[in-house]
Design a protein around this ligand. Structure first.
Ligand SMILES: Cc1ncc(COP(=O)(O)O)c(C=O)c1O
Length: 387
């Protein structure tokens, strides 16, 4: 489903809240979580990746369904802290964790995904007792992703390169408090092919087995990261949850040596489908053969198309393409003074100023991907120096 709300619902949302606005459907969010939960074995924990959408009601919704949470900044940790969850339901990953953030994570009883020796040493210095951490590894196997999220299998800011793990473990063994009890490998992005997910997750479990055998690491947890895909166009078949769930069960059966729990950190899959972005056409302009529809909002609200080249699906509320006599091409532009402000090149029924557009699957990496919002990092102060 590309649009969480039908045309009548979109109209009443904008009557009540004006435009532009984002709306999230609790019904769709819950249904998505429950469907994933039902498809995978009980030994798999779902830790919602807060970065996809940190809206307080969405977090409460997933918390009420038993979700754990994957955080990536002190801002996200604070948002999850506000949920009042018992310890042990939160994780903290990210390549640039500051000491204040690690301190906060330890105070909250959060399991940290260490991305290098610095994380381990800093946690060791902060900890007063034995502290379990997971090690995030950037694998040597090929990372097959369509859009530039992880950055493929080349050089990476994320995790410890697989080939550097033995040296790191040697150094880590000398730390007083830190104990590596889990593995984290995130090697998929917006993947809707259940067979490919099985292959990626299988490769992660094979890597875990090699580390277990070579270094005696007894993993309590293996975290497979996020990457479950959603549809952004009618022709994109959704992820088949039954096949995905069967794949995970098969892998657990194949890796009988592993007695711990698997963790999935879906962000896009859980948050994407529940959200719609609503904006009106301000004016139309034809320029040298290109028809522009200039909207109330652009990359200030939806930057993802610019970053990844992948547009959000869009419909004109109350205008059916067939009844309108077909579609015409439009370049969707925002109101910003930059030619980067484009939301896509689309075919839509003939538009008029004031028409309401609905962008679907906009619940994940929508408003919060605007760069000062992304990952809920603190906004830097701006300092005026007069003299
Ligand atoms: C560590 C980690 N976990 C989970 C996710 C969520 O990924 P997705 O939204 O593709 O499921 C991300 C996304 O960047 C991530 O960095």
């Amino acid at each position: 489903m590309l649009f969480a709300f039908d045309d009548a619902q979109c109209r009443s949302l904008v009557e009540a809240h004006g435009t532009p606005c984002f709306a999230y459907s609790g019904v769709v969010a819950k249904a998505g979580f429950r469907a994933l939960r039902a498809a995978i074995p009980d030994r798999v924990r779902i830790a919602y990746a807060v970065k996809a959408n940190p809206h307080a009601d969405l977090l409460k919704c997933f918390a009420s369904l038993g979700a754990s949470f994957d955080c990536a900044s002190i801002g996200e940790l604070e948002r999850v802290e506000a949920l009042g969850l018992p310890a042990g339901r939160t994780f903290f990953a990210g390549p640039g964790k500051r000491v204040a953030e690690l301190r906060k994570a330890l105070e909250m009883g959060v399991r940290v995904q260490a991305e290098g020796f610095e994380d381990l040493a800093r946690i060791d210095a902060l900890a007063t007792r034995e502290t379990a951490v997971n090690l995030r590894v950037h694998p040597a196997f090929d990372i097959d992703e369509g859009n530039r999220i992880i950055g493929g299998s080349g050089p990476s800011a994320f995790g410890v390169d697989e080939e550097d793990v033995p040296a790191l473990l040697e150094k880590a063994a000398r730390l007083a408090h830190v104990r590596i009890k889990g593995l984290h490998v995130f090697a998929a992005s917006n993947q809707r092919d259940a067979a490919k997910l099985k292959a990626i997750h299988g490769a992660v479990l094979d890597l875990a087995k090699r580390l277990h055998e070579a270094h005696g690491l007894a993993f309590e947890q293996i975290d497979l990261g996020g990457g479950l895909g959603v549809s952004y166009a009618p022709e994109e078949a959704p992820l088949d949850l039954a096949v995905f769930g069967q794949g995970v069960s098969d892998l657990l059966a194949r890796h009988a040596w592993f007695k711990g729990e698997l963790i999935l950190e879906p962000g896009r899959f859980l948050a994407g489908p529940c959200g719609v972005y609503l904006a009106r056409v301000v004016r139309l302009k034809e320029s040298r053969g290109t028809r522009f529809a200039i909207l109330e909002g652009g990359i200030n609200h939806l930057i993802r198309p610019l970053l990844t080249g992948q547009p959000f699906p869009v419909k004109v509320v109350g205008k059916d393409a067939v009844k309108a006599g077909g579609t015409v091409p439009y370049t969707l532009a925002g109101p910003l003074c930059t030619s980067l402000d484009r939301l896509g090149e689309v075919r839509l029924p003939e538009l008029a100023a004031g028409d309401l557009l609905a962008f679907g699957t906009a619940g994940a990496y929508g408003l919060n991907e605007g760069m000062t919002h992304f990952l809920s990092h603190p906004v830097p102060p701006e300092v005026w120096v007069a003299g």
